[in-house]
Design a protein around this ligand. Structure first.
Ligand code: CP
Ligand code: NVA
Length: 312
């Protein structure tokens, strides 16, 4: 599989086999790191890390992943560069593309990361936009493979804000990989119809099922319940309204009892607001797998960089 030179903006651009390849590579890199074996695939490569929103996991994963493979990461925060303010994205992209070998971008509009990829002429990796969070989903899927030994045929129910970046990317990734996905949220927070239509086509190809519902009983049979914050970065003003409409969709013991399965696991991309989207008790009970999921950000992000930019 040759992914050299490719950007990673959304999972829409990657086939099932390519996603599988990245997951296998991540597992290989994780196993090697456990044994103390690091690579030099990014030796001589300079990687720009543009963050217009804060980050713990994504920033640290790109930084450590890059250094583990012998590359040099450079953090460029909102106050450090003028991207999109005093300098256009097109111009910043052309400058960075002449100095760096790859660029990670976390920001607001998805158009920004698309422009960056178009004008920089180097691989650009989406570390989260308002619309998508594709690197997160690779970590989620690696975690599911570790837990269940497979992806195909699992039932994953995402509960909460069904039209945020994580929900959108889970919908894309799950339908590509043959995971049955349910988006469980109030109607006002359902994913856009256009995205649902695209994902239904992926689901036909992979043999998975897609369900978008506001009925809590839909968690029945879930192998995985997944949640995320009720207000994404930049939406803090909407907190009061979101808490009101999402309260019935909290991941708590009552909801979990509705799955009817003893082995259901709970995932959370983090950071978590305990007491809102998930109770403290449920979070702590599933903390081992949730922090495996967080650790897997690093191995999967390293795999993306190695696959698209690495020397071998
Ligand atoms: N899950 C995730 O993207 O975490 P950060 O915001 O800390 O990067
Ligand atoms: N939906 C969340 C994800 C954080 C990783 C946000 O955008 O803030």
């Amino acid at each position: 599989m040759n992914l050299k030179g490719r950007s990673f903006l959304t999972l829409k651009d990657y086939s099932r086999d390519e996603i599988e390849y990245l997951l296998n590579l991540a597992k290989e890199l994780k196993d090697k790191k456990r044994k103390g074996i690091l690579g030099d695939s990014l030796k001589g490569k300079n990687i720009a890390l543009i963050f217009k929103k804060p980050s713990t996991r994504t920033r640290c994963s790109f930084t450590i992943g890059c250094i583990d493979e012998g590359g040099h990461p450079e953090y460029l925060g909102s106050d450090d560069i003028q991207l999109g303010n005093k300098e256009s994205i097109e111009d910043t992209a052309r400058v960075l593309g002449r100095m760096f070998d790859g660029i990670q971008f976390r920001g607001f509009s998805h158009e920004s990361v698309e422009k960056l990829a178009k004008y920089s002429n180097v691989p650009v990796w989406n570390g989260l936009t308002d619309s998508y969070h594709p690197t997160q989903i690779l970590a989620d899927f690696l975690t599911l493979k570790e837990q269940f030994g497979k992806l195909e045929g699992l039932k994953l129910v995402y509960v909460g804000d069904g039209r945020n970046n994580v929900a959108n990317s889970l919908l894309i990734g799950s339908t590509k990989m043959g995971i049955d996905i349910t988006i469980l949220s109030p109607k006002s927070l359902w994913p856009q119809g256009e995205l649902i239509d695209v994902c239904k086509k992926y689901a036909i190809a992979s043999g998975s099922k897609v369900e978008i519902t506001d009925n809590l009983e839909a968690v029945e049979g879930a192998d995985v319940i997944y949640t995320d914050v009720w207000c994404s970065m930049g939406e803090e003003d909407l907190a009061a309204d979101r808490i009101k409409i999402l309260k019935p969709y909290q991941v708590n013991d009552e909801l979990l009892s509705k799955t009817g399965k003893a082995h259901t696991i709970v995932l959370h991309c983090l950071p978590a607001v305990k007491g809102n989207e998930i109770t403290y008790e449920v979070f702590e009970r599933f903390s081992n797998v949730i922090f495996d999921q967080a650790e897997n950000r690093m191995h999967t992000i390293k795999a993306i960089m190695v696959a698209t930019l690495g020397n071998k």
